[in-house]
Design a protein around this ligand. Structure first.
Ligand code: DP6
Length: 326
């Protein structure tokens, strides 16, 4: 069997996945939309071979039990699809720290799905790969098509998948990932999904999701950046409102996160259109237009609680590459 290596970007959602209808199939309670990010990515090599007596998983040069187990569950799905029992070696590398709220599971499981399926000899369509990636981690479904992607909620294994709504070059916007704190999160997104519906506000959120999806697609079609930013920011606050009011309550923000949120509000008063979002973690991701990038970067440098800023362009999805990691 051949060795396969994939390269996959992570993505940041405009309209977010928070709460699952079916945790087994990883079916979301609502659809979501995102853009894949050019400078935050994972490379993964997979080889199935009789020479391996056990699955061997190395992520960022370490062998973590919990992460290995999650990857092995995913390899089992691939083995089942391919009708094989062969053990595998997986080596995976992020160009950023894992579990920091920078959506490493999105790039990790999209990369593992593509390299794993290819190494197992499966010839899957983009839709089938997106379904497979979704089973590993919901947000990973959107990194398969990449660009500006929509993950359709669906109501079965086959109907819940992501497709590319617009290619990356459709809209020249920048996404700045702002690093506040790279410590491992207290509650990962999988844990957050489980308790989302304990928030008294969750049903209110859910009742507004379809309209939000319609609205964001409309402003994306018009490339109305200001309205786009307003919807994105409102949605990010909405998700964290649910996390804060869940039982137990989750606080993903750090003081530095709030300093960046306030910076965005201040800059907007000065006419600089910059809007924040974040995933289940403290690192904000800021959206802006290219003309405002330098100003925003220099403002971020003034904030003492900001460690680093990584500028991203929209980028295409997961693909195979020739350079293997082992
Ligand atoms: C806040 O896709 O990481 O980033 O399927 O349990 O792995 P699992 O969850 P995951 O959840 C992502 C949550 C989010 C929002 C989003 O990316 O849509």
């Amino acid at each position: 069997m051949k060795k396969a290596t994939s390269f996959s970007p992570t993505n940041i959602a405009f309209i977010k996945f928070w709460g699952k209808g079916d945790p087994e199939l990883n079916l979301p309670n609502n659809g979501s939309l995102s853009v894949s990010l050019s400078n935050l990515h994972t490379t993964t090599t997979v080889e199935f071979s009789d020479k391996y007596k056990e699955d061997e998983i190395v992520i960022n040069d370490t062998q973590d039990l919990v992460e290995s187990e999650r990857a092995i569950v995913h390899l089992d799905k691939i083995r089942k699809m391919a009708g094989i029992n062969t053990k595998a070696k997986v080596v995976s590398r992020n160009n950023f720290p894992t579990a920091s709220g920078l959506a490493s599971s999105a790039s990790g499981f999209s990369a593992l799905s593509l390299a794993g399926a290819s190494a197992a000899g499966l010839n899957l369509s983009e839709k089938e790969l997106s379904v497979l990636a979704r089973l590993g981690s919901g947000s990973a479904s959107r990194s398969i098509p990449g660009g500006f992607a929509e993950w359709l909620k669906g109501d079965s294994n086959d109907t819940s998948y992501a497709y590319q709504l617009y290619p990356p070059e459709y809209w020249d916007i920048k996404a700045i990932a702002v690093i506040i704190n790279m410590d491992k999160k207290e509650v990962g997104s999988t844990g957050g999904h489980k308790i989302a519906d304990t928030s008294p506000y969750y049903q209110v959120r859910q009742s507004r999701m379809e309209e939000k999806i319609r609205n964001i697609k409309e402003v994306m079609e018009k490339k109305d950046f200001q309205r786009f930013g307003e919807i994105v920011e409102e949605e990010a606050i909405d998700l964290h409102l649910i996390a804060l009011s869940s039982n137990p309550s989750i606080i993903y923000w750090e003081p530095g996160t709030i300093s960046v949120m306030k910076m965005c509000r201040r800059l907007r008063k000065e006419g600089v259109l910059v809007y924040f979002t974040y995933d289940a973690g403290p690192q904000p991701v800021l959206f802006c237009q290219p003309k405002d990038l330098d100003r925003i970067i220099s403002e971020l440098k003034e904030l003492t609680l900001v460690k680093e800023s990584i500028v991203n362009d929209p980028v295409g999805g997961a693909h195979l590459i020739d350079e293997h990691l082992f």
